[in-house]
Design a protein around this ligand. Structure first.
Ligand SMILES: [Zn+2]
Length: 292
């Protein structure tokens, strides 16, 4: 009898799915269930597997601590130094408000940093592109994050990158039941938005929303895009890159940058609101949880 194809892979996948289902069932709240489902996304935990062989794969110790707390759902201990945001809202213990509050520009900075990382990834595989190109649509002044070109120079794809958080009140109930719900919902909203806009005359444009949840879950359209360009990408010598290696590198690089940005947004907000060193508090709690 022939060997079943990818049997070990399928068995491991079933075991992992069973573990997720058990963890979700035992979760103490919908927020925890939504976090567990988001953390199981392909590549969401790639920052844990990244070998720090280059700066793009490195998380500082303080960034790693925040990333570990967020992934494991351990309450961040900032209530000891500050309780209210400068927008006057109260903080939640899992960092949702810190990551999504627009006061101070954290989400915009995080978005721009991810766009820049995506652009560097495209540079690395010689895909021509332009960042923040204006006037792509006749009825909108939107600047698309990245526009990529085919080898003949004609416009091909507009990439719209965005972040979303499964703990948002619009998504948390469904995100606790469906992995990646927040990312998929944002993808649909973006597709509706761009479907209603007309591209400039003569251009053949497709817009692809690349959405990531703060816990690291990339939406299905991102995975699909990653698959497609990994097959056509070429290295500096014009040779096709190894598809699996390429995907793995991108996942790790993007996973690291999302987690690094999460922690820097949190540190940035807290250092603005208090004179204390938040990492000292975090370090003590980290030692309590993981060392003792
Ligand atoms: Zn706020």
């Amino acid at each position: 009898m022939a060997n079943p194809v990818k049997l070990q892979n399928r068995l491991s996948s079933d075991v992992a799915e069973g573990n997720v289902a058990t963890s979700v069932m035992q979760a103490s709240s919908v927020k925890h269930a939504a976090r567990i489902r988001s953390c199981r996304g392909r590549g969401a935990g790639s920052w844990l597997q990244a070998i720090p062989s280059a700066p793009k794969f490195v998380l500082k110790f303080s960034e790693f601590r925040v990333a570990a707390f967020l992934r494991l759902g351990i309450p961040l201990p900032y209530s000891q130094i500050v309780t209210k945001c400068d927008c006057s809202r109260s903080f939640d213990e899992h960092g949702y408000h810190l990551l999504t509050c627009k006061f101070g520009g954290g989400p915009v900075w995080q978005h721009n940093t991810i766009v820049s990382t995506r652009a560097k990834c495209l540079d690395g595989v010689n895909i021509p592109h332009q960042v923040e190109l204006r006037n792509r649509y006749t009825d909108s002044d939107n600047r698309l994050d990245i526009t990529t070109y085919d080898p003949t120079g004609h416009l091909t794809k507009d990439l719209d990158i965005s972040l979303t958080h499964p703990h948002s009140c619009d998504t948390v109930q469904s995100a606790a039941k469906i992995s990646g719900y927040a990312a998929e919902l944002r993808e649909k909203c973006k597709m509706t938005k761009y479907g209603q806009q007309q591209s400039i005359a003569g251009s053949d444009t497709t817009c692809i929303p690349l959405v990531v949840e703060h816990f690291g879950f990339w939406g299905p359209m991102t995975e699909d895009y990653l698959d497609k360009i990994s097959k056509i990408s070429k290295d500096a010598n014009g040779k096709n890159s190894e598809t699996a290696d390429f995907r793995d590198r991108w996942r790790k690089q993007l996973s690291v940058v999302v987690q690094s940005c999460n922690s820097r947004v949190i540190f940035g907000k807290l250092s603005k609101l208090s004179k204390c060193n938040f990492d000292d508090f975090l370090y003590d709690k980290y030692v309590q949880h993981f060392v003792h």
